[in-house]
Design a binder for this molecule. Structure first.
Ligand code: IFM
Length: 455
């Protein structure tokens, strides 16, 4: 890692009005998996599949945030957050995904929103962070076009209840990761391993985003609407072969970034036929009018950034994908998850988005960025990580990218999907045996940074 100052008082100043936040997601923190009439989600099902999650961990209790949200909001107030990004559990509100609404589910988010507003923190809910109601998965999940319509109906129900107080909304979290991990490789719920046959999941999520955007605007005329995309700069290794490796990088970029950003800002998908990944209509999945729905204007793009992706041409072109994922050759520092720490990748990503979409790119919020580090309170490596990445955001701003906010992942240690509780991303350490919360050194650092940026 390069050495830049982590001293909060000597830190580059982000523009006035910049939003400082932290993020979480429902299944990762709430627990109360079957309380108050909540229905099962695909994650409630998947965690019970032998071998699906390390050591058989589940989100049944997680951080018990459903019962301890007041304590967690008090921590956010101590941090001085402007905004808190959380997600709403669809099956807590609509236990079977559609039809009968569970008022106790909505009551929970109502109390959370009020507690946040009392603390001067802007609630920023995400409507879908991967916990699809199992009943909808039983009807095809995101492979089915009907799920996009159910998503818009659910968005309307939530907006009707919270829209008088909630003005910033995020429709989807990381539709690329949900498609690839959940439906292509089967390492996340719902655990399907369809490889490229998972592509309809991308389109149906985006269609759901577009339909939900319309539903939110109808219910909350002054809503500000974003989507949170996981984006990655695609890199070649120093020994790359010009033609094959460059083509592989461009195929991977289309699949990871292009499919999820182009339709929002250009009204079209990248041409996957060029890479042999799909025909033009993806087998009839993309219908007339869909791209107009998906490209309805947004108030912002949420960017979740963790690291670049290195690719090479496929060793076995018959294996089905037009690229292989590769390890970087540079000796980057690594997080506890073994992810390379590459802050300048975030500047590259942000300036690349501006180059690619120009005036069509709305303001950007970093809706996730953070790292897993070993357990313990003295998390110097997390402070370095945050300082380097926030500096990288400041660099992008100085290069003309309109970045309006930064939400770190995560407020609390939580259930890290297939890794269970083995990866710790929190500014606050959680002892999962006692549910005791203890702020780490990075909590104090982030608090001081926010305060000094305001002064
Ligand atoms: O924990 C996840 C989160 O749910 C989505 N983005 C990446 C985080 C770290 O893996």
């Amino acid at each position: 890692m390069t050495t830049r100052s982590t001293d909060a008082t000597r830190f580059p100043r982000l523009p006035a009005g910049f939003t400082w936040g932290a993020s979480t997601a429902a299944y990762q923190i709430e627990g109360a998996a079957d309380e108050d009439g909540k229905g099962a989600s695909v994650w409630d099902t998947f965690v019970r599949r032998p071998g699906a999650v390390r050591d058989g961990h589940t989100g049944d209790i997680a951080c018990d945030h459903h019962h301890r949200f007041a304590e967690d909001v008090a921590l956010m107030r101590r941090l001085g957050l402007d905004a808190y990004r959380f997600s709403i559990s669809w099956p807590r509100v609509l236990p079977t995904g559609a039809g009968k609404v569970e008022p106790r589910g909505l009551d929970f988010y109502d109390r959370l929103v009020d507690a946040l507003l009392d603390a001067g923190i802007e609630p920023t809910p995400t409507l879908f962070h991967w916990d699809l109601p199992q009943a909808l998965e039983d009807e095809g999940g995101w492979l089915s076009r009907g799920t996009a319509h159910r998503f818009a109906e659910y968005a309307a129900v939530v907006a009707e209840r919270l829209g008088d107080r909630v003005k910033r909304w995020i429709t989807l979290n990381e539709p690329f990761v949900h498609m690839s991990f959940g439906y292509a490789f089967g390492v996340h719920a719902p655990g399907r391993a369809l490889m490229l046959d998972a592509l309809p999941v991308a389109h149906h999520q985006l269609l759901g985003h577009g339909l939900a955007t319309a539903a939110l605007r109808a219910a909350v005329p002054d809503a500000r609407i974003l989507i949170a995309n996981n984006c990655t700069p695609v890199r070649l290794r120093p020994d790359a072969r010009q033609d094959e490796d460059v083509a592989a990088a461009s195929a991977y970029d289309a699949l990871h970034n292009g499919i999820f950003n182009d339709p929002l800002f250009t009204g079209s998908y990248p041409d996957l036929t060029a890479y042999g990944m799909a025909d033009r209509s993806w087998g009839g999945v993309v219908r007339d009018g869909d791209l107009a729905t998906i490209s309805a204007p947004l108030d912002g793009l949420g960017v979740n950034y963790y690291n670049p992706t290195w690719v090479t041409a496929p060793a076995d072109p018959a294996a089905g994908l037009p690229f292989d994922l590769a390890e970087p050759t540079e000796p980057y520092e690594r997080t506890a998850f073994d992810w390379p720490v590459v802050p300048d990748g975030l500047t590259e990503l942000l300036t690349g988005l501006k180059d690619r979409y120009g005036e069509a790119l709305p303001p950007v919020w970093i809706t996730e960025n953070g790292c897993s580090q070993p357990a313990g309170l003295h998390d110097r490596a997390r402070i370095d990580y945050l300082a380097e990445h926030i500096s990288a955001v400041a660099d992008a701003v100085s290069l003309g990218v309109d970045v309006r906010g930064y939400f770190t992942w995560s407020l609390l240690d939580n259930f890290e999907w297939a890794e269970g509780y083995h990866q710790r991303f929190g500014l606050v350490e959680v002892d999962f045996a006692t549910q005791r919360r203890t702020p780490r050194a990075s909590f104090a650092w982030y608090r001081d940074l926010i305060a000094s940026q305001r002064s």
